[in-house]
Design a protein around this ligand. Structure first.
Ligand code: ADP
Ligand code: MG
Length: 340
């Protein structure tokens, strides 16, 4: 990625905790990452690792009564966590577009999609209802709806899942956002539509120059589209770096299994991936030590303490292991995978 591009988003030490019946639980712990204009960052990790909570809390979409959010989030020079709910709402939808996992949460069943997109545009831009509707039709065409002039008057339930997701993308893009946040945008869709939607995101980055934060389970997609990747486990980013580097030589033991779950472009193909035994911890059972230690084959006493940061080129990881021991451990894990 071009280092000279200006910084768009800077997240530093983001920590999110919830008040629950069992006291406070921390779902996101000391998460830091940054994003330059036009860059695609992918956040990956098992369900429950804190990906959605991270994104929703930095956009101010958490429940302010029960959720405590600490840290610094700077977007285009403005500190998001210190902003009022109203000011944040102005940024969302105009400078930051959100595509959530379930398109129905973004759409209201009682209005046509054209009306909803036009309303979104009119909230942020002082244009007439007629001009906004015209723009809605254009947007629906840009996201690949075959007959946008007709689709604009449809209600969400009259569209297929793929079409609805495109309508949500059109809505997220309605004000040419500098940042598009896509939380598992294709999980609910079938494979062909998934590919189309991802293709669409890439084309839109090209056309509008939007930066994208993409949460997905699909490591194949990550390796294809992301400039950088962040791996989350138990509320922490356990590894991050440029995509190529993280896939070529993942540093964290959790990443080893994750990255080998896509067929390598060169070298022997693995016929089957050994799944990592055990379950990820729940937020209320996480201590200061490494959250992955209970499932790691290389755990040692030091793993009970807060893991140190190891760096290598563009990468950094939270793990006690260091080269050359780390490489030897990784080789032993990958050797256990069955070659085809
Ligand atoms: P994912 O990585 O799958 O997106 P989430 O960010 O949704 O994971 O959730 C992280 C953890 O935070 C989960 O264990 C979830 O149960 C917990 N969590 C999310 N929202 C709340 C809430 N409002 N109150 C309590 N716990 C929550
Ligand atoms: Mg999620």
């Amino acid at each position: 990625m071009d280092e000279r591009k200006p910084l768009l988003l800077d997240v530093e030490g983001l920590t999110v905790s919830f008040a629950t019946d069992h006291g406070r639980v921390r779902a996101v712990r000391d998460v830091s990452f940054s994003l330059r204009e036009g860059e695609i960052l992918s956040i990956v990790g098992e369900s429950g690792s804190g990906k959605s909570v991270t994104l929703l809390s930095l956009l101010g979409l958490h429940d302010r009564k029960t959720t405590q959010v600490d840290g610094n989030v700077t977007f285009r020079g403005r500190r998001l966590l210190e902003m009022s709910a109203g000011d944040l709402r102005k940024i969302r939808g105009k400078e930051i577009g959100l595509i959530s996992q379930d398109p129905m949460t973004a759409l209201t069943p009682v209005y046509t999609i054209g009306w909803q997109i036009a309303e979104q545009i009119r909230t942020h831009e002082g244009i007439s209802a007629r001009a906004a509707r015209k723009r809605a039709v254009e947007l629906l065409g840009e996201v690949g709806l075959s007959n946008p002039g007709e689709a604009v008057d449809r209600y969400p339930h009259q569209l297929s899942g793929g079409m609805r997701q495109r309508a949500v993308i059109a809505m997220a893009l309605s004000c040419n956002p500098a940042l598009l946040v896509a939380d598992e945008p294709t999980t609910a869709l079938d494979v062909t539509v998934q590919a189309q939607v991802l293709d669409l995101l890439l084309r839109l980055r090209k056309a509008f120059g939007s930066a994208i934060i993409l949460i997905t389970h699909d490591m194949g997609v990550v390796s294809e589209v992301a400039d950088r990747v962040a791996v989350m486990y138990a509320g922490r980013i356990v590894e991050r770096g440029e995509t190529e580097d993280v896939f070529a030589t993942p540093l964290h033991p959790y990443s080893w299994g994750l990255m080998s779950s896509i067929p390598p472009l060169t070298g022997p193909r693995l016929s089957r991936l050994r799944s990592i035994p055990g379950m990820p911890p729940t937020p209320d059972s996480i201590g200061e030590g490494c959250g992955f230690a209970p499932r790691c084959a290389f755990t040692r006493p030091a793993c009970l303490e807060r893991p140190p940061i190891r760096r290598k080129g563009s990468q950094s990881a939270l793990c006690v292991l260091e080269d050359p021991e780390r490489s030897a451990c990784r080789d032993s894990v990958l050797a256990m995978e069955e070659p085809a």
